[in-house]
Write a protein that binds this ligand. Structure first.
Ligand code: SAM
Length: 265
């Protein structure tokens, strides 16, 4: 997988994506991170990439020429190497919200060009005639597209086969099966009087699997009921949810599980 990032702050990279599993994926050549300084396509002596907005108002806007030239240069390079250019993505708070589904789709493209805006954003002709999709990481505004681009790179890389030491860890993550992940516990078995559920120490793998599935359902019901697709559940799971509904709303603490269980009896 190759990511081409177009930015006026190339020194921000690799930054956080140079660490941990993503850093290792880069070191192992599973991912290529190509960072391009937008000013390379601006004219000397000032290498200016922005200008005042027509109509007046605060802030500056990226001019079209350097951004078009940068993207076209990346495309040419890929074509010369015999690689198929993937989508051109503009990081933008106005874009479609990044989700597990869109990350999955993007992780299969082989290459993505990410444009990181700054200031008031980019000239509209970039969005209209150069960009394939606009992607947001949430309904809030950051100063630049670099952190959102890193979020996308990190999320997509995690989904690449071989990126994680144990591929099973990506499969059990929240959203992958349409539910949130189940709770996790580690040593000690008792901490300040709080016990790890007995079943997790039982060595009974079928019972552990069943507990995890049930707790994933409970977690999702408590925290993100909007994710639950009743059609994907079996009768027993639907009945479990029905009973949970009777236990009351907005409980997401560990102790709530005991309260749920008591109410279910
Ligand atoms: N004036 C723009 C607006 O209100 O839509 C915001 C511009 S923002 C200060 C500068 C750049 O940061 C954007 O062009 C975009 O690349 C990036 N950015 C800011 N918030 C973002 C978000 N939530 N998701 C993705 N990119 C974002």
């Amino acid at each position: 997988m190759r990511f081409d990032v177009i930015t006026i702050f190339p020194d921000m990279f690799p930054g956080p994506v140079g660490e941990g599993v993503i850093g290792k994926a880069i070191d192992r050549g599973l991912v290529r991170l190509c960072v391009h300084d937008l000013r390379r396509w601006a004219d000397p002596p000032h290498y200016k990439v922005d200008d005042e907005p027509f109509g007046g108002g605060a802030g500056m806007v990226f001019t079209p020429q350097p951004v078009f030239d940068a993207v076209e240069s990346v495309r040419r390079e890929l074509q010369q190497q015999g690689s198929q250019p993937g989508p051109v993505v503009l990081m933008s708070p106005q874009g479609r919200r990044l989700s597990h589904g869109s990350v999955q789709r993007l992780a299969q493209t082989g290459q993505i060009t990410l444009i990181c805006g700054r200031y008031e954003g980019v000239d509209e002709r970039i969005r209209a005639h150069l960009v394939d999709e606009e992607i947001s990481i949430g309904d809030f505004v950051l100063s630049g597209g670099e952190l959102p681009a890193m979020v996308l790179i990190e999320a997509a890389t995690r989904l690449l086969p071989e990126a994680l030491g144990d591929p099973a860890s990506a499969r059990q993550d929240s959203f992958v099966e349409g539910l949130l992940d189940h709770p996790h516990y580690t040593r000690p078995a008792e901490f300040r009087g709080w016990q790890v559920p007995e079943v997790l120490r039982s060595g009974n793998h079928a019972a552990i699997r069943a507990w995890r599935r049930r707790e994933a359902l409970r977690n999702t019901f408590r925290k993100r009921p909007d994710l639950i697709d009743l059609g994907s559940l079996d009768d027993e799971e639907r009945a479990f949810l029905k009973r949970l509904e009777k236990c009351g709303p907005d409980k997401d603490k560990e102790s709530d599980r005991d309260a749920d269980e008591t109410a279910l009896k």
